[in-house]
Design a protein around this ligand. Sequence first.
Ligand SMILES: Nc1nc2c(c(=O)[nH]1)N[C@H]1C(S)=C(S)[C@@H](COP(=O)(O)OP(=O)(O)OC[C@H]3O[C@@H](n4cnc5c(N)ncnc54)[C@H](O)[C@@H]3O)O[C@H]1N2
Ligand code: MOO
Length: 401
Amino acid sequence: MLSYDDAIARILAQISPSTPVSVPILQSLGHTLAEDIHTQSPLPPFDNSAMDGYAVVGADAGNASVETPVALALLDTIAAGGDVAVRVTPGHAAPIMTGAPMPAGADTVVPVEDTKRVGDGVWVLEGAAPGQFVRKAGEDAPAGTLVVEKGSAIRAAEVGMFAAAGRAAALVYRRPRVGVISTGDELAEPGAVLGAAQIYNSNSYAVAAQVLEAGAEVAVRVHARDTFSDLRAAFDACADCDVILTTGGVSVGEFDFVKAVVEERGSVEFWRVAIRPGKPFVFGRCGQALLFGLPGNPVSAMVTFELFVRPALRQLLGAANPMRKIETAVLTEDVAHETGRRDFQRAVVTESVDELRVRATGRQGSGMLRSMVLANALMIVPEEVAGVQSGDTISVIRLSS
Ligand SMILES: Nc1nc2c(c(=O)[nH]1)N[C@H]1C(S)=C(S)[C@@H](COP(=O)(O)OP(=O)(O)OC[C@H]3O[C@@H](n4cnc5c(N)ncnc54)[C@H](O)[C@@H]3O)O[C@H]1N2
Ligand code: MOO
């Protein structure tokens, strides 16, 4: 059976980032940048005051003190965004607000707190270092600086920098359009009354939520009964999708039709991976779309999404490293393991002063969705290991986005 490492390598080898699109900068949040962003003008664009105070000639105020105040004559006030026609000469001070352009002749700002208004002039009561409280043009970034690099993850700071650089839109990798097909005659929609032998369709929602968490778009979400015709119709509904996810119908049951329909529409590239949960996972192609057939057990569906689909979506989204970080944690209990498959147990990781600690969430049945709700990580028990003991270190993948 294919190993996890070989399976994910085969998937990622086929995926390159999706076509870049231009979006208004606020919508770029959470995307990967598909171009370099340079400043057009210096940042800030002009010398300006860092304080509310007085713009002066530095040499005037250097020796001021409470005992020997320096009296200066007042000029017009300069507001942020205001007039720049004022010219400061020795013996004069222009009231200036934070962010206002430095007037010609002045090179220093004395903060209001270090002054006192006396008559129609101002006294400087504190020695000012020449050049103090002036923010120089380009001190954040000169014109032409590469301020956000292609491939960067766009956070709030990057959105702010696009705006500061004067950009209203930015090129990002397009969100993949994902179709989610749940299968099974036993499924009822949440909100409906359950019939005999029915359960609520949780996979459709859990997996769609994982798609959104990964930064992709849920373009279609449909349910198919366990018939060829219903499943074909569901695939038809996903004709425009970049990625199709199915849940259920990939095992060896008499109504497991997913692989057959995929073969009809494209090809199955592999079926079954040596992992637990999620062994019957399918990867294939349907026309232009990548096809991921997730096993129906709710935990298997979510774990195989995490292991195969999330990295694929992150790679389509242009992420530099589509895989989550693997960390090491110290086990706080013994964990049994049957050799042969790599086990991804639902786990709780806690941070202690100098290490991470980990324990399983409890019972690990692949139908037990609570094991996912309780988990903040997956812990990886290697194929060949018969069991791990309290105190051993083990690899973990933390699941928070
Ligand atoms: N003889 C064998 N039987 C099974 C094997 C096997 O190797 N030999 N593998 C088991 C494993 S492991 C898994 S995982 C499942 C995968 O089966 P399918 O992908 O075909 O899924 P279904 O049979 O359709 O459903 C399995 C299980 O999950 C429930 N389910 C399905 N869809 C949903 C949904 N949308 N929301 C909530 N729950 C769902 C379904 O009711 C079943 O209980 O096969 C094992 N069998
Ligand atoms: O994929 Mo099954 O996950 O081992 O229940």
